[in-house]
Design a protein around this ligand. Sequence first.
Ligand code: NAD
Length: 429
Amino acid sequence: MGTTEVGQTQYRQGMYKVVMDQFERAADVMGLDASVREILSRTNSEIVVHFPVRMDDGSIEVFTGYRVQHNNALGPYKGGLRYHPTVDIESARALAIWMTWKTALAGLPYGGGKGGVQIDPKRYSRVELERITRRFTYALGDNIGPDLDIPAPDVNTNSQIMAWIADTYCSTKPANTRSSNMHVVTGKPTGSGGLDGRDRATGFGVVVTLKAWAQRRNADLKGMRYIVQGFGNVGYWTAHFLAREGAVLVAVQDASGTLYKAEGIDPEALHAHVETNAASVAGFKGAAPMPAEEFFGLDCDIVVPAALGNQITATNAGSIKAKVVAEGANGPTDTEGEAILHRNHVEIIPDILCNSGGVIGSYIEWLLNRRMEHGRIDEVLRMIEDKITTAFTQVAHTAAEFDTDWRTSAYIVALRRLESAYKERGIFP
Ligand code: NAD
């Protein structure tokens, strides 16, 4: 049987320190209400489960899974599940907090949650991953639910894993409510209530923000040179939509290697390679390997971090020559890295705005599931574009109002919504 611990540990390091530094800066700049500040400085609940799973060879392995629920003032907790060795309570906490800001900024009726399992999924067979996923879902039990906390894909999780979660969750419900619980997760396959286009939603949104950024500079993405770290869901789809704008992918880095080609890498050919080579860019013939540590300093216009957190730091931020960093990943720039980028006049499209296309797509899927309806991909992408463009404009106006950077201004837009909700409703009892 799994065990459940709910609590709050007071320590700050890694991504948690970064998200709290960002929050405190914005709270200071806007003069956030002191009580609301105190509430938002803590997570509502933190669930840690240990659960046993039978491996293919008959042995039993015990896994640790996490789900952190930061805040639900605006609606049910929402956020991804990650399968990665770096998943722990501190990273889940940071990522859950970012989700609260992201959903509030996008104007969605959601709060923030995040979690995952501390594993390297490459070490397990598909059948083992299915059993791990189902047993994790069972261990979480009613700590998730379509009106309570709605997970989605993140690093190393995909629509298949969401389908297993939905199936397991629904199977534990009374027969007459099973089919009305499929929206316990979003990012499902289209045959299981998934949204046509959810796969590309985040990368599409990244490009919407880059188009808005270029427009503000009276520039054109056509011919701009860019580099992408991470060539998974977010990295690939960003490259796919940037290619349509005529931008040129000159380098890509993932967990397996770093590749460069001055004349441009074909994103579709690279994607085909990744699909058939254990999700790795290494070995791709359409570009040459290059030293990993030179990646961020390459001569280009746009940097798209689309892998893990804390990638742009004091070590490499000073080498960045690009005009803009578009944060496809969550928390890719740490506090020191950000200060260096500001000093060097490198603009940042902050993660809570830049990669919000994914959660907006999830919201559309969740709404359609509630109504037992299906959506069309062109309508979905149009809705994502509308919401992100609106948020971008609000961020730009608020940055001018407070004479501050875009990240702080994005936080202010989100925090104002949360502050109003608390002020209107008061505190029970
Ligand atoms: P993914 O698992 O599909 O891809 C992750 C990529 O990161 C892979 O290419 C992997 O090789 C690479 N990577 C891992 N470790 C690396 C390292 N040390 N150096 C360089 N590359 C490394 O994951 P994803 O869904 O594309 O998520 C990527 C990022 O975007 C994460 O930060 C995630 O939280 C964020 N995000 C994802 C979504 C979504 O809808 N999937 C939405 C918003 C934000």
